[in-house]
Ligand binder design. Structure first.
Ligand SMILES: NC(=O)c1ccc[n+]([C@@H]2O[C@H](COP(=O)([O-])OP(=O)(O)OC[C@H]3O[C@@H](n4cnc5c(N)ncnc54)[C@H](O)[C@@H]3O)[C@@H](O)[C@H]2O)c1
Ligand SMILES: [Zn+2]
Length: 361
Protein backbone atom coordinates (compact mmCIF):
# COMPACT_ATOMS: atom_id res chain seq x y z
CA UNK A 1 0.00 0.00 0.00
CA UNK A 2 1.60 3.21 -1.13
CA UNK A 3 0.36 6.72 -1.63
CA UNK A 4 1.87 9.91 -2.85
CA UNK A 5 -0.28 13.01 -2.61
CA UNK A 6 1.01 16.04 -4.43
CA UNK A 7 0.19 19.40 -2.85
CA UNK A 8 0.16 21.95 -5.68
CA UNK A 9 0.46 25.56 -4.63
CA UNK A 10 -0.44 27.45 -7.83
CA UNK A 11 0.68 30.85 -6.54
CA UNK A 12 4.16 29.48 -5.76
CA UNK A 13 4.67 26.35 -7.82
CA UNK A 14 8.29 26.13 -6.62
CA UNK A 15 6.89 25.40 -3.15
CA UNK A 16 4.70 22.45 -4.23
CA UNK A 17 5.47 19.23 -2.41
CA UNK A 18 4.71 15.54 -1.99
CA UNK A 19 3.18 13.77 0.98
CA UNK A 20 4.29 10.11 1.08
CA UNK A 21 2.04 7.82 3.12
CA UNK A 22 3.34 4.29 3.54
CA UNK A 23 3.62 1.73 6.36
CA UNK A 24 7.34 1.32 7.06
CA UNK A 25 8.18 4.70 5.50
CA UNK A 26 10.37 5.56 8.49
CA UNK A 27 12.83 2.81 7.58
CA UNK A 28 12.91 4.19 4.04
CA UNK A 29 13.61 7.75 5.22
CA UNK A 30 17.42 7.64 4.82
CA UNK A 31 17.01 6.41 1.23
CA UNK A 32 14.45 9.12 0.42
CA UNK A 33 16.56 11.89 1.97
CA UNK A 34 19.80 10.61 0.46
CA UNK A 35 18.27 10.85 -3.01
CA UNK A 36 16.98 14.40 -2.48
CA UNK A 37 19.54 15.95 -0.17
CA UNK A 38 22.95 14.40 -0.71
CA UNK A 39 25.57 16.88 0.44
CA UNK A 40 23.18 18.89 2.61
CA UNK A 41 23.42 18.72 6.39
CA UNK A 42 20.26 17.42 8.09
CA UNK A 43 19.06 18.68 11.47
CA UNK A 44 16.56 16.23 12.92
CA UNK A 45 14.41 17.87 15.60
CA UNK A 46 12.39 15.52 17.79
CA UNK A 47 11.04 15.35 21.33
CA UNK A 48 12.22 13.22 24.24
CA UNK A 49 9.52 10.53 23.74
CA UNK A 50 9.79 10.17 19.98
CA UNK A 51 13.56 10.55 20.21
CA UNK A 52 13.77 7.54 22.51
CA UNK A 53 11.41 5.42 20.37
CA UNK A 54 12.56 6.37 16.86
CA UNK A 55 14.97 9.33 16.82
CA UNK A 56 18.20 7.57 17.68
CA UNK A 57 17.50 4.80 15.17
CA UNK A 58 16.61 7.27 12.41
CA UNK A 59 19.77 9.24 13.18
CA UNK A 60 21.89 6.08 13.06
CA UNK A 61 20.36 5.03 9.71
CA UNK A 62 20.86 8.50 8.22
CA UNK A 63 24.54 8.45 9.15
CA UNK A 64 24.89 4.89 7.87
CA UNK A 65 23.46 6.10 4.54
CA UNK A 66 26.34 8.60 4.38
CA UNK A 67 24.28 11.66 5.33
CA UNK A 68 25.48 14.27 7.77
CA UNK A 69 22.83 14.49 10.48
CA UNK A 70 22.52 16.21 13.85
CA UNK A 71 19.80 14.98 16.24
CA UNK A 72 18.28 17.48 18.68
CA UNK A 73 15.53 16.64 21.14
CA UNK A 74 13.29 19.05 23.01
CA UNK A 75 11.20 18.12 26.07
CA UNK A 76 7.92 16.43 25.05
CA UNK A 77 4.81 18.57 25.50
CA UNK A 78 3.22 21.87 24.51
CA UNK A 79 5.61 23.83 26.77
CA UNK A 80 8.31 23.35 24.16
CA UNK A 81 6.39 25.67 21.83
CA UNK A 82 7.83 28.59 23.80
CA UNK A 83 10.00 31.54 22.84
CA UNK A 84 12.71 30.19 25.19
CA UNK A 85 12.75 26.74 23.61
CA UNK A 86 12.71 28.27 20.11
CA UNK A 87 15.68 30.46 21.05
CA UNK A 88 17.59 27.53 22.50
CA UNK A 89 16.85 25.30 19.50
CA UNK A 90 17.91 28.00 17.03
CA UNK A 91 21.12 28.39 19.06
CA UNK A 92 21.88 24.67 18.86
CA UNK A 93 21.35 24.67 15.08
CA UNK A 94 23.51 27.77 14.57
CA UNK A 95 26.30 26.44 16.77
CA UNK A 96 26.13 23.10 14.92
CA UNK A 97 26.79 24.91 11.64
CA UNK A 98 23.37 25.10 9.93
CA UNK A 99 23.59 26.73 6.48
CA UNK A 100 21.12 27.99 3.89
CA UNK A 101 21.19 24.66 2.04
CA UNK A 102 20.68 22.60 5.21
CA UNK A 103 17.43 20.77 5.90
CA UNK A 104 15.45 20.72 9.14
CA UNK A 105 13.58 17.45 9.65
CA UNK A 106 10.71 17.56 12.19
CA UNK A 107 10.23 14.07 13.64
CA UNK A 108 7.36 14.03 16.11
CA UNK A 109 3.84 15.21 16.87
CA UNK A 110 2.30 18.60 16.23
CA UNK A 111 4.44 20.28 18.86
CA UNK A 112 7.68 19.27 17.16
CA UNK A 113 6.13 20.00 13.76
CA UNK A 114 5.13 23.55 14.69
CA UNK A 115 8.35 24.35 16.57
CA UNK A 116 10.79 22.81 14.08
CA UNK A 117 8.80 24.35 11.22
CA UNK A 118 9.03 27.79 12.78
CA UNK A 119 12.76 27.39 13.31
CA UNK A 120 13.10 26.28 9.68
CA UNK A 121 11.02 29.28 8.57
CA UNK A 122 13.14 31.80 10.41
CA UNK A 123 16.71 30.63 11.00
CA UNK A 124 18.97 32.16 8.32
CA UNK A 125 15.71 33.61 6.89
CA UNK A 126 14.42 30.15 6.08
CA UNK A 127 15.78 26.71 5.26
CA UNK A 128 14.13 23.66 3.75
CA UNK A 129 11.78 21.72 6.01
CA UNK A 130 10.86 18.01 5.89
CA UNK A 131 7.99 16.89 8.13
CA UNK A 132 7.91 13.37 9.55
CA UNK A 133 4.74 13.46 11.69
CA UNK A 134 4.39 10.67 14.25
CA UNK A 135 1.12 11.43 16.06
CA UNK A 136 -2.23 10.86 14.36
CA UNK A 137 -3.10 14.54 14.79
CA UNK A 138 0.10 15.59 13.06
CA UNK A 139 -0.29 12.98 10.31
CA UNK A 140 -3.83 13.98 9.34
CA UNK A 141 -3.75 17.67 10.11
CA UNK A 142 -0.80 19.76 11.20
CA UNK A 143 1.91 18.35 8.91
CA UNK A 144 0.15 19.52 5.75
CA UNK A 145 -0.63 23.16 5.17
CA UNK A 146 2.49 25.05 6.17
CA UNK A 147 1.32 26.61 9.43
CA UNK A 148 4.21 26.78 11.88
CA UNK A 149 4.54 28.60 15.16
CA UNK A 150 4.99 28.85 18.88
CA UNK A 151 2.88 30.01 21.83
CA UNK A 152 2.95 33.24 23.80
CA UNK A 153 1.71 34.01 27.32
CA UNK A 154 -1.21 35.78 25.57
CA UNK A 155 -2.31 32.56 23.84
CA UNK A 156 -1.44 29.55 21.70
CA UNK A 157 0.11 29.86 18.25
CA UNK A 158 0.26 33.65 18.37
CA UNK A 159 3.77 33.82 16.88
CA UNK A 160 4.34 31.98 13.64
CA UNK A 161 4.78 31.86 9.90
CA UNK A 162 3.51 30.02 6.87
CA UNK A 163 6.41 27.82 5.76
CA UNK A 164 5.45 24.92 3.50
CA UNK A 165 7.47 21.73 3.92
CA UNK A 166 9.40 20.44 0.92
CA UNK A 167 8.31 16.88 1.73
CA UNK A 168 6.06 15.10 4.24
CA UNK A 169 6.74 11.44 5.08
CA UNK A 170 3.99 9.61 6.99
CA UNK A 171 4.46 6.13 8.46
CA UNK A 172 1.15 4.86 9.93
CA UNK A 173 3.03 2.05 11.69
CA UNK A 174 4.47 4.44 14.28
CA UNK A 175 0.95 4.97 15.63
CA UNK A 176 1.33 1.58 17.39
CA UNK A 177 3.31 3.30 20.14
CA UNK A 178 1.12 6.40 20.41
CA UNK A 179 -0.64 6.60 23.81
CA UNK A 180 -4.40 5.84 23.41
CA UNK A 181 -5.44 9.32 24.59
CA UNK A 182 -3.22 10.88 21.90
CA UNK A 183 -4.72 8.53 19.31
CA UNK A 184 -8.25 9.72 20.24
CA UNK A 185 -6.96 13.30 20.10
CA UNK A 186 -6.06 12.78 16.43
CA UNK A 187 -9.38 11.09 15.68
CA UNK A 188 -11.17 14.33 16.62
CA UNK A 189 -9.38 16.08 13.73
CA UNK A 190 -10.25 13.18 11.40
CA UNK A 191 -13.94 13.59 12.32
CA UNK A 192 -13.62 17.36 11.79
CA UNK A 193 -12.19 16.91 8.29
CA UNK A 194 -14.94 14.44 7.33
CA UNK A 195 -17.74 16.52 8.89
CA UNK A 196 -16.50 19.69 7.20
CA UNK A 197 -15.71 18.32 3.77
CA UNK A 198 -16.81 14.82 2.84
CA UNK A 199 -20.00 12.90 3.69
CA UNK A 200 -18.66 9.66 2.16
CA UNK A 201 -15.56 9.73 4.36
CA UNK A 202 -17.83 10.37 7.35
CA UNK A 203 -19.87 7.24 6.50
CA UNK A 204 -16.65 5.20 6.24
CA UNK A 205 -15.68 6.39 9.71
CA UNK A 206 -19.13 5.51 11.06
CA UNK A 207 -18.75 1.98 9.71
CA UNK A 208 -15.32 1.36 11.23
CA UNK A 209 -15.48 3.49 14.40
CA UNK A 210 -15.97 0.69 16.93
CA UNK A 211 -13.28 -1.55 15.47
CA UNK A 212 -10.53 1.02 14.79
CA UNK A 213 -7.33 0.51 16.78
CA UNK A 214 -3.83 2.00 16.68
CA UNK A 215 -2.48 -1.24 15.25
CA UNK A 216 -4.88 -1.56 12.32
CA UNK A 217 -2.27 -0.19 9.93
CA UNK A 218 -4.07 -0.93 6.62
CA UNK A 219 -7.28 0.83 7.73
CA UNK A 220 -5.36 3.71 9.30
CA UNK A 221 -3.36 4.12 6.11
CA UNK A 222 -6.60 4.52 4.15
CA UNK A 223 -8.02 6.97 6.69
CA UNK A 224 -4.84 9.07 6.75
CA UNK A 225 -4.67 9.06 2.96
CA UNK A 226 -8.26 10.29 2.64
CA UNK A 227 -7.84 12.94 5.36
CA UNK A 228 -4.58 14.24 3.88
CA UNK A 229 -6.06 14.21 0.36
CA UNK A 230 -8.99 16.32 1.55
CA UNK A 231 -6.81 18.74 3.50
CA UNK A 232 -4.36 19.06 0.60
CA UNK A 233 -7.26 19.83 -1.76
CA UNK A 234 -8.28 22.74 0.45
CA UNK A 235 -4.75 24.03 1.12
CA UNK A 236 -3.87 24.16 -2.56
CA UNK A 237 -6.95 26.26 -3.28
CA UNK A 238 -6.47 28.57 -0.27
CA UNK A 239 -2.92 28.45 1.08
CA UNK A 240 -3.25 31.45 3.41
CA UNK A 241 -6.70 30.73 4.83
CA UNK A 242 -8.45 33.60 3.07
CA UNK A 243 -11.68 31.65 2.58
CA UNK A 244 -12.25 27.97 1.90
CA UNK A 245 -9.53 26.79 4.31
CA UNK A 246 -11.52 28.30 7.16
CA UNK A 247 -13.87 25.30 6.80
CA UNK A 248 -11.14 23.29 8.55
CA UNK A 249 -11.72 25.44 11.64
CA UNK A 250 -14.99 23.58 12.20
CA UNK A 251 -15.21 22.80 15.92
CA UNK A 252 -12.31 25.15 16.59
CA UNK A 253 -14.01 28.48 17.32
CA UNK A 254 -15.60 27.03 20.43
CA UNK A 255 -12.89 24.34 20.73
CA UNK A 256 -10.09 26.87 21.23
CA UNK A 257 -12.14 28.79 23.80
CA UNK A 258 -12.90 25.54 25.66
CA UNK A 259 -9.28 24.37 25.52
CA UNK A 260 -8.08 27.67 26.99
CA UNK A 261 -10.89 27.90 29.60
CA UNK A 262 -9.96 24.37 30.75
CA UNK A 263 -6.47 25.68 31.56
CA UNK A 264 -5.27 23.17 28.92
CA UNK A 265 -6.41 20.25 31.08
CA UNK A 266 -8.40 19.16 28.02
CA UNK A 267 -6.34 18.02 25.07
CA UNK A 268 -6.76 19.94 21.82
CA UNK A 269 -8.72 17.08 20.20
CA UNK A 270 -10.99 16.70 23.22
CA UNK A 271 -11.78 20.42 23.13
CA UNK A 272 -12.40 20.21 19.37
CA UNK A 273 -14.82 17.28 19.89
CA UNK A 274 -16.78 19.37 22.40
CA UNK A 275 -16.54 22.35 20.02
CA UNK A 276 -17.97 20.27 17.16
CA UNK A 277 -20.98 19.31 19.27
CA UNK A 278 -21.61 22.80 20.68
CA UNK A 279 -21.21 24.44 17.27
CA UNK A 280 -23.51 21.73 15.86
CA UNK A 281 -26.07 22.63 18.52
CA UNK A 282 -25.87 26.30 17.53
CA UNK A 283 -26.38 25.22 13.92
CA UNK A 284 -29.45 23.18 14.89
CA UNK A 285 -30.84 26.17 16.85
CA UNK A 286 -30.44 28.39 13.77
CA UNK A 287 -32.09 25.82 11.54
CA UNK A 288 -28.86 25.28 9.54
CA UNK A 289 -28.25 21.64 10.59
CA UNK A 290 -30.72 18.79 11.01
CA UNK A 291 -31.12 17.11 14.40
CA UNK A 292 -30.31 13.79 12.73
CA UNK A 293 -26.94 15.01 11.39
CA UNK A 294 -26.10 16.44 14.81
CA UNK A 295 -26.86 13.05 16.34
CA UNK A 296 -24.58 11.32 13.82
CA UNK A 297 -21.76 13.66 14.80
CA UNK A 298 -22.38 12.95 18.47
CA UNK A 299 -22.47 9.16 17.97
CA UNK A 300 -19.26 9.10 15.93
CA UNK A 301 -17.33 11.14 18.48
CA UNK A 302 -18.66 8.95 21.30
CA UNK A 303 -17.72 5.80 19.39
CA UNK A 304 -14.15 7.13 19.24
CA UNK A 305 -14.22 7.68 23.01
CA UNK A 306 -14.16 11.48 22.73
CA UNK A 307 -15.94 13.84 25.13
CA UNK A 308 -19.03 15.60 23.79
CA UNK A 309 -20.06 17.73 26.80
CA UNK A 310 -18.40 20.60 28.58
CA UNK A 311 -16.88 19.20 31.78
CA UNK A 312 -18.03 20.78 35.06
CA UNK A 313 -14.58 22.21 35.79
CA UNK A 314 -14.74 24.45 32.71
CA UNK A 315 -16.17 27.89 33.51
CA UNK A 316 -18.85 28.77 30.89
CA UNK A 317 -18.17 32.50 31.35
CA UNK A 318 -14.52 31.95 30.47
CA UNK A 319 -15.52 30.09 27.31
CA UNK A 320 -17.72 33.04 26.27
CA UNK A 321 -14.88 35.49 27.04
CA UNK A 322 -12.50 33.31 25.03
CA UNK A 323 -14.86 33.38 22.06
CA UNK A 324 -14.79 37.17 22.02
CA UNK A 325 -10.98 37.12 22.09
CA UNK A 326 -10.50 34.57 19.26
CA UNK A 327 -7.45 35.73 17.30
CA UNK A 328 -9.10 34.87 13.98
CA UNK A 329 -11.72 37.56 14.51
CA UNK A 330 -11.37 40.99 12.97
CA UNK A 331 -13.95 42.30 15.44
CA UNK A 332 -15.05 41.27 18.91
CA UNK A 333 -17.95 39.33 17.33
CA UNK A 334 -17.12 35.63 17.06
CA UNK A 335 -17.17 34.29 13.51
CA UNK A 336 -18.32 30.68 13.46
CA UNK A 337 -17.83 27.84 11.04
CA UNK A 338 -21.05 25.88 11.37
CA UNK A 339 -21.90 22.44 10.01
CA UNK A 340 -24.67 22.72 7.38
CA UNK A 341 -24.93 19.01 6.92
CA UNK A 342 -22.49 16.14 7.22
CA UNK A 343 -19.70 16.96 4.75
CA UNK A 344 -20.55 20.62 4.31
CA UNK A 345 -19.97 23.74 6.41
CA UNK A 346 -20.81 27.44 6.36
CA UNK A 347 -17.98 29.88 7.14
CA UNK A 348 -17.98 33.35 8.68
CA UNK A 349 -21.35 32.99 10.43
CA UNK A 350 -22.25 35.57 13.10
CA UNK A 351 -24.83 34.77 15.76
CA UNK A 352 -26.79 36.86 18.27
CA UNK A 353 -25.09 36.96 21.69
CA UNK A 354 -28.07 35.37 23.46
CA UNK A 355 -28.06 32.41 21.07
CA UNK A 356 -24.35 31.86 21.76
CA UNK A 357 -24.87 32.18 25.52
CA UNK A 358 -27.73 29.69 25.45
CA UNK A 359 -25.59 27.25 23.41
CA UNK A 360 -22.59 27.14 25.77
CA UNK A 361 -24.03 24.76 28.36
N1 LIG B 1 0.24 23.63 12.25
C1 LIG B 1 -1.02 23.22 12.22
O1 LIG B 1 -1.70 23.34 11.19
C2 LIG B 1 -1.60 22.59 13.43
C3 LIG B 1 -2.85 21.94 13.35
C4 LIG B 1 -3.34 21.31 14.49
C5 LIG B 1 -2.59 21.31 15.67
N2 LIG B 1 -1.39 21.94 15.71
C6 LIG B 1 -0.56 21.93 16.93
O2 LIG B 1 -0.17 20.59 17.19
C7 LIG B 1 0.08 20.45 18.58
C8 LIG B 1 -0.55 19.17 19.08
O3 LIG B 1 0.03 18.10 18.38
P1 LIG B 1 0.01 16.63 18.98
O4 LIG B 1 -1.37 16.32 19.46
O5 LIG B 1 0.65 15.75 17.99
O6 LIG B 1 0.86 16.80 20.32
P2 LIG B 1 2.38 16.39 20.67
O7 LIG B 1 3.31 16.78 19.61
O8 LIG B 1 2.61 16.92 22.04
O9 LIG B 1 2.31 14.80 20.72
C9 LIG B 1 1.51 14.18 21.69
C10 LIG B 1 2.34 13.20 22.56
O10 LIG B 1 2.55 12.02 21.81
C11 LIG B 1 3.94 11.70 21.78
N3 LIG B 1 4.16 10.99 20.52
C12 LIG B 1 4.09 11.51 19.26
N4 LIG B 1 4.24 10.52 18.37
C13 LIG B 1 4.39 9.37 19.04
C14 LIG B 1 4.53 8.01 18.68
N5 LIG B 1 4.51 7.61 17.40
N6 LIG B 1 4.68 7.09 19.66
C15 LIG B 1 4.65 7.47 20.98
N7 LIG B 1 4.48 8.73 21.39
C16 LIG B 1 4.35 9.67 20.43
C17 LIG B 1 4.65 13.01 21.96
O11 LIG B 1 5.94 12.82 22.49
C18 LIG B 1 3.72 13.73 22.95
O12 LIG B 1 4.00 13.32 24.26
C19 LIG B 1 -0.47 21.70 19.25
O13 LIG B 1 0.58 22.52 19.65
C20 LIG B 1 -1.30 22.37 18.16
O14 LIG B 1 -1.34 23.77 18.30
C21 LIG B 1 -0.87 22.55 14.62
ZN1 LIG C 1 -7.09 21.36 15.52
Amino acid sequence: MNARIHVRLPARSDRSYDVLIRPGALQGLPGILAKRHRGAALFVVTDTNVGRLYGREVHHHLESAGLSAVLVDVPAGERSKSVECYHELAGVLLRSGIRRNSVVVGLGGGVVGDLAGFVAATVLRGVEYVQVPTSLLAQVDSSVGGKTGIDHAMGKNLIGAFHQPSLVVIDPEVLRTLPPAEFRNGLAEVVKIAAALDARFFRTLERCAHALTRTDTPLLTRIIRTAVGLKAGVVQRDEREAGLRKALNLGHTIGHAVESASGYRLRHGEAVAIGLILEGRLAVTCGVLSVNDHLRLLRLLEAFGLPTRLPRFVDRKEVLAGLAADKKNRSAVPLFVLPKKIGMSAIGVTLPADVIRAGIV
